[in-house]
Design a protein around this ligand. Sequence first.
Ligand SMILES: [Fe+2]
Length: 189
Amino acid sequence: MTSEPTSKQHALDALTAIYDVRATGQYGLTLINQLAHAVQSGYHARTQGHPTSIVVAALLHDIGHMVHDLGDHPAALGIDDQHENIGADWLKRYFGPDVTEPIRLHVAAKRYLCTVETDYFEKLSDDSIESLSLQGGRMTENEVSAFLREPYWEGSVALRRIDELAKDPNGPMPQFGEFALEILQTAIA
Ligand SMILES: [Fe+2]
């Protein structure tokens, strides 16, 4: 007799299917695809010693690009796809706020870092610079204060730094399945 998959297993199966089918699109202007960007992000979060929730958040942070129908590069059309909100809302069915909120805040974290660190903007990749103005550009003082009151702001800043690191065509490329244990550990039952 076969048993019904648990919701944790269902989360893993659904995410694996999305990354198998939808993650082959190019990541913005960079030379790697969404799948490579995702697994590189997960890899860096893991090797930097972040908690499992941040490893999973890093792996899945751009899933919002894969669950909408605006194409692979909407920023080139002047469209902010709001992928951080789409992704965080979509993932709520499987994960708690320790995963979804750093994802929701990772674009705000880019705006924050561009505001408070003078050299951060210069280090951004071309696709990140292209999308920044669509996403609101640098923060005002009030926006910085509001951001620092968000309970998951620190995780989102860590995630955002990893995001920028994880665009290396010659970087590490683990398999998506190598994160199965972290996904199963973090998913809500
Ligand atoms: Fe990203």
